[in-house]
Design a binder for this molecule. Structure first.
Ligand code: FES
Length: 132
C-alpha cells in the first residue's frame, strides 16, 4: 500500500497558490513524491494542473452516452452551473436524442444509436491562426 492515510487535502493545506486545483483526496506515495520533486524543480504548477485533470474521467460508452466521473462541474454557455444534487457520476448524451440534454435519458437505446468507441491518438492540433 503506497498511500498516506490522513493526507487528504494535502494539496490545499500546503498554503501554496494552487487555486485551480480542486484536489481533495488521499494522495499516493508516488503523487506525494512527485509534488515534492515538482516543487524542487519549479514545475509544481504543471504537475498540479495535470493532477487536477486526472481527477476527472470521461468514458464514451459503446452505443451510448459519455460517462463523466470524478471531480467535475457542468455549466451552461453562460457559465452557470447545473445543480447535480451531489452526483459524482453523470451521463451526457452523445446521440442527440435525449429530451433532457445535455444529460442522457436512455433514449439512445430507443433510437438505436450505434457507435463503437476505441481509444486512438488524435493528430496534433492545428496551429493558431495569426491575428492580422
Ligand atoms: S446518449 Fe443516451 S439519450 Fe443520447
Amino acid at each position: 500500500m503506497d498511500e498516506f492515510p490522513g493526507r487528504t487535502g494535502f494539496l490545499r493545506t500546503t498554503g501554496t497558490n494552487i487555486g485551480e486545483c480542486k484536489e481533495n483526496r488521499v494522495l499516493s506515495l508516488g503523487e506525494s513524491l512527485r509534488i515534492v520533486e515538482a516543487y524542487s524543480t519549479g514545475s509544481a504548477r504543471e504537475f498540479l494542473t495535470e493532477a487536477a485533470m486526472a481527477a476527472t474521467k470521461i468514458t464514451p460508452s459503446h452505443n451510448g452516452p459519455l460517462r463523466v466521473e470524478g471531480d467535475f462541474e457542468i455549466v451552461d454557455p453562460g457559465g452557470k452551473p447545473f445543480g447535480l444534487a451531489g452526483r459524482t457520476k453523470i451521463s451526457l448524451c452523445r446521440c442527440g436524442h435525449s429530451a433532457n440534454k445535455p444529460f442522457c435519458d436512455g433514449t439512445h437505446k430507443v433510437v438505436g444509436f450505434t457507435d463503437e468507441v476505441h481509444a486512438r491518438d488524435l493528430p496534433p492540433p492545428a496551429p493558431p491562426v495569426p491575428k492580422p
